[in-house]
Design a protein around this ligand. Sequence first.
Ligand SMILES: O=C[C@H](O)COP(=O)(O)O
Length: 233
Amino acid sequence: MTRVLVSVRDAVEAQVAAAAGVPFIDLKEPSRGALGGLDPAVIAPIVAQLRTSAPQAVVSATIGDWPAEAADEVAARCRAVAATGVDHVKAGVVPGGAALALLRQLDALRRTEGLPIVPVLVADDGVPWALVDAALAAGFELLMLDTVDKRGGSLLQRCALADLQRFVAASRAVRARPGLAGALRAEDWPQLAALAPDFAGFRSAVCAGDRAGTLSAERLLALLRMSAGAAQA
Ligand SMILES: O=C[C@H](O)COP(=O)(O)O
């Protein structure tokens, strides 16, 4: 069954997600970019709050949007976010240039320091196969596709369905857990349910206004109803 991931920016939104029963709560500041990072000093108390209010929820946080060349900052931010007690640390990898080197660095941090890093592979121009293959070969437990430019339509419009199916199948083949995100819409749910990734991430679709706006409890509940309906079908 595909779990819903919802990105929240503060303790109030985290509580809305917890009360709605969101199974995978992701902490980020959307106005700072696709993977806009919150200060670890802000993340830690929200994680502590969620451990009480939503003990079943998986909790992740992003490290922020960094260029692949910013190796030291990426490492420092991965360590700082992991230290907040999140289950997963999401780190973006944009195809091109130093992307494979960044992926190797994230893998080294995971292996040598035990940091629970989830590579978020940017798929604005289609599935980045070289990065997917490298992430799967490295043995990441979770990996995601997401988009940076949210104005270009949903991930389902940007990537061929066959490619997304292949991404999910290739992940499952090595026992990795795949996630999909990228301006997904509530009406994408039936197609997402058929693709059956481990989780599907939402922000734009559950906000009043754009993704930098406020989390809408109403939209969130409608999405969760849709996902629950698909699970029973
Ligand atoms: O990780 C999930 C993202 O926050 C999804 O955001 P989005 O729906 O605006 O692409």
